[in-house]
Design a protein around this ligand. Structure first.
Ligand SMILES: Cc1cc2nc3c(=O)[nH]c(=O)nc-3n(C[C@H](O)[C@H](O)[C@H](O)COP(=O)(O)OP(=O)(O)OC[C@H]3O[C@@H](n4cnc5c(N)ncnc54)[C@H](O)[C@@H]3O)c2cc1C
Length: 331
């Protein structure tokens, strides 16, 4: 079959690799300039900022096996570090948890590795799906071409994108659109701070209570990341939702103040940039592995499927959901 995969995040790349290895011809469409989706790194003169996913863990045997391979190839390494919980000026060391992994030299590096050998078309946003007999045509919007183009026909199409972005495309399969509508993703405002001197904080990452910020991480303290004093700060989902349409300057000011208050460090940053993730983490997952309609040959996967785990919205969900969908297609 010739299969179109929409989205080159971990789920899209994983399902594309699986299908290609089974002999299918696969074309991946990605609206951004590069692959990796929310496992992303913002490159700046000060070095990279992993401004989406911070790290990932592996709880299922299948994902543990995959991560062991990535580790063997040198694509990911364990991140053993000092983590804390901050609350009203006090800092408490965080308890032990399962191993945290980070791709090196930055979060987006894993997607770049996984994309090798795949036909990935970046800066190509899929805006509609149209049935064409037993096949599919895709409407594509590209920054290079001012008019919408049509791609296809494809024998099957897979959406590996956040639920909120999948829903409008799924009007062609109302039952799937309904599932996507129920699985909303919460937003996250992210602040990236760079400093000329070390802040000398006694931790490299911290969860924060009673603040606009929920998490901060010392990016250059991650293994094999470029040196420099860089901090990634994530606002809480509640604050991000309340301030979703605020302008960048206002958000930057509020979150920088929250960073100073939480850490007790008043050293001024030389770099401060915000990024709004409109769809960050799944709050209401779909209690399934993935969706596949064998008659219409359309499937959906991504981190908003529980895929056998407790909860969703993590890298592991995206991986397991993609594998499950590929398996449904083979059957
Ligand atoms: C701020 C933040 C912090 C996080 N922290 C963690 C963490 O610490 N640990 C963890 O495990 N997970 C974390 N996550 C979640 C993790 O990033 C995701 O679970 C995982 O990356 C999702 O992969 P995916 O392939 O399902 O989706 P995505 O990575 O979102 O990939 C979807 C891709 O589809 C593209 N796309 C969307 N619509 C279209 C279209 N119409 N046409 C073409 N392309 C399209 C997008 O540009 C994107 O590249 C975090 C996420 C965010 C945003």
């Amino acid at each position: 079959m010739h299969i179109a995969v929409v989205g080159a995040g971990l789920a899209g790349l994983t399902v594309a690799r699986q299908l290609q290895s089974q002999g299918h011809a696969v074309t991946v469409y990605e609206k951004s300039m590069g692959v990796s989706g929310r496992m992303s790194t913002r490159h700046t003169e000060l070095g990279g900022f992993d401004h989406g996913a911070q790290y990932f863990t592996a709880s299922s045997d299948r994902f543990k096996k995959e991560v062991a391979d990535w580790k063997k190839f040198g694509w990911v390494v364990p991140w053993t570090t000092k983590l804390a919980t901050l609350d009203a000026g006090t800092s408490k060391a965080a308890g032990k948890s399962s191993t945290r992994y980070v791709p090196v030299p930055g979060m987006s590096a894993l997607g770049k590795q996984l994309a090798h050998g795949l036909d990935v078309r970046c800066e190509q946003q899929v805006t509609a799906l149209e049935a064409h007999g037993k096949q599919w045509l895709l409407s594509i919007r590209s920054s290079e071409v001012p008019v919408a183009a049509t791609a296809g026909p494809f024998d099957a199409v897979i959406l590996a994108i956040p639920a909120d972005q999948a829903e409008p495309l799924l009007s062609v399969v109302p039952a799937f659109a309904k599932q996507a509508k129920q699985a909303r993703l919460s937003p996250c405002w992210t602040l990236m701070l760079g400093f000329q001197t070390s802040l000398e904080l006694p931790y490299d990452g911290a969860w924060i209570n009673n603040s606009r910020l929920g998490w901060i991480a010392h990016d250059d303290a991650k293994p094999l990341h470029r040196a420099g004093e860089r901090w990634v700060c994530h606002a809480t989902a509640a604050w991000s939702l309340e301030h979703l349409e605020d302008d960048d300057e206002r958000v930057k000011e509020k979150l920088t103040k929250a960073f100073h208050e939480a850490t007790g460090s008043w050293i001024q940053p030389i770099h401060a940039v915000v990024h709004r993730w409109r769809y960050a983490q799944a709050e209401k997952p779909v209690d399934a592995d993935s969706l596949w309609n064998a008659r219409q040959k359309i499937g959906v996967c991504g981190d908003w499927f529980a895929a056998g785990l407790e909860g969703a919205g993590r890298v592991e969900n995206a991986f397991l959901s993609a594998l499950a969908l590929a398996k449904s297609i083979f059957e």
